[in-house]
Design a protein around this ligand. Structure first.
Ligand code: PLP
Length: 430
């Protein structure tokens, strides 16, 4: 029963475009109407009609310690009683910056803002200023937030809604963004041959999580490092999703690579609005007030957000956290893969750390074009069958899934049992 969600959606649509404040929440990709949530704890989330679901969306990635972990809630409450915003520096900002610098190998200095979008937008401005060049190379299906420069063949909500290029973006912006296929190093090489002296930066999701979950081929990321070095462009790893997720130091630690700039978000804010960008000291020191590149924010480094980020990153320092996360995710992915296999459903499934994804396709998925071979209608039916059985997956085939430290063994077993049952039901209908 989802009556209350239905009426809440009707009410919301009167005053909020489409009834939601971020498009993928609207369930357009899977059909039906969105479930309105009212509370969550650990690995479960509860809707307005009191249905409780095992959650694999986890607010799209920030909640690596689960929903409302006591340490984070306590830290935010304590910060709130001291004052919610000062517009002046606080020690909490330095403490979180020290932790970020100690965890992420390539970051010497970091600046906090309030969203991943702000982080990537600011990193690009900085890269353009530092190199004195205008163009940026991105990859189709990679999502870097909703700043104009990146909404050219963007992933995530833009992809799901079938509007990869949003109206409202100027021709000038389109000219300065080169969108290439993910995993296609030859295309990058050709772009540098043609535009080498104009390219300020290459930005990439080191593990793509916004066209579904797509891994880099061996040599792709290191090839980007070599090409950017050779042509005097900066390499930006957008680790808003992978940062603190796939390893303490993100994908760059796992891959042993050092980008010039890194963008962060999601986990670094522990469920409150935080973004961050950081990297080489010489590049970061071009930022205002040290250098000429302007960047600012009334609520940047907000005390509640810093408290949530600190409590989350400290929670991740507990021994074996990443090993446990990896094992849980592996168990889930193996179980799902077996369940799809038993029904003869063509699929591709993968994970790194506690990030995972699957596609209903018989093709290897290496880029946006191959991701689009997935059977999105089947995904929609599977999504709803899982929802009915108490499992909340991403409402789109083109999103990653997330496991937290709160996803205990019984929750994973229940998920796999639900998947088996859901697939039986779909099979009976087909
Ligand atoms: C979520 C995401 C962003 C945008 O972050 P917001 O906080 O939603 O603005 C940027 N890049 C990547 C890789 C993301 O996953």
């Amino acid at each position: 029963m989802t009556e209350r969600s239905l009426s809440a959606f009707t009410r919301a649509k009167r005053v909020i475009p489409g009834g939601v404040n971020s498009p993928v929440r609207a369930f357009k990709a899977v059909g039906g109407t969105p479930i309105f949530m009212k509370s969550a704890t650990g690995c479960t989330i509860t809707d307005l009609d009191d249905n409780t679901y095992l959650d694999y969306v986890m607010s799209w990635g920030p909640l690596i310690l689960g929903h409302a972990p006591p340490a984070v809630v306590k830290a935010v409450q304590a910060a709130a009683t001291r004052g919610t915003s000062f517009g002046a520096p606080t020690e909490a900002e330095t403490e979180l910056a020290e932790l970020v610098v100690s965890m992420v190998p390539s970051i010497d200095k970091v600046r906090f803002c309030s969203s991943g979008t702000e982080a990537t937008m600011s990193a690009l401005r900085l890269a353009r200023a530092f190199t004195g060049r205008d163009k940026v190379v991105k990859f189709a299906g990679c999502y870097h937030g909703h700043a104009d420069a990146f909404l050219i063949s963007a992933g995530s909500g833009a992809l799901t809604l079938g509007t990869p290029d949003s109206p409202g973006i100027t021709q000038g912006t389109v000219r300065d963004t080169l969108s290439l296929p993910y995993n296609d190093l030859d295309a990058v090489s050709r772009a540098f041959d043609a535009h080498g002296r104009e390219i300020a930066a290459v930005i990439v999701e080191p593990y793509a999580g916004n066209m579904g979950f797509v891994l880099p081929r061996d040599g792709f990321l290191s090839g980007l490092r070599e090409l950017t070095n050779a042509h005097g462009a900066l390499l930006i790893f957008d680790e808003v999703m992978t940062g603190f997720r796939v390893a303490p130091g993100g994908a760059q630690e796992r891959e042993g690579l050092s980008p010039d700039l890194t963008t962060l978000g999601k986990i670094v804010g522990g469920g409150l609005p935080v973004g961050a960008f950081g990297g080489r000291a010489d590049v970061m020191e071009s930022l205002s007030p040290l250098g000429p590149v302007y960047q600012a924010g009334t609520l940047s480094g907000n005390p509640l957000a810093m408290a949530a980020g600190l409590a989350t990153l400290r929670g991740l320092q507990v021994a074996d956290t990443y090993e446990t996360l990896e094992r849980s995710t592996e168990r889930l992915v193996l179980g799902l893969g077996e369940a799809f296999g038993r029904r003869g459903i063509p699929h591709r499934i993968a994970h790194r750390g506690s990030m995972f994804g699957f596609f209903f396709t018989g093709c290897d998925v290496v880029d946006l074009a191959s991701a689009k071979t997935a059977d999105t209608a089947l995904y929609g039916r599977f999504f709803h069958a899982m929802l009915e059985r108490g499992v909340y997956l991403a409402p789109s085939q083109f999103e990653a899934g997330f496991v937290s430290t709160a996803h205990i063994a019984t929750a994973l077993d229940d998920t796999l049992a639900a998947a088996d049952d859901a697939l039986s039901a779909l099979h009976a209908v087909a």
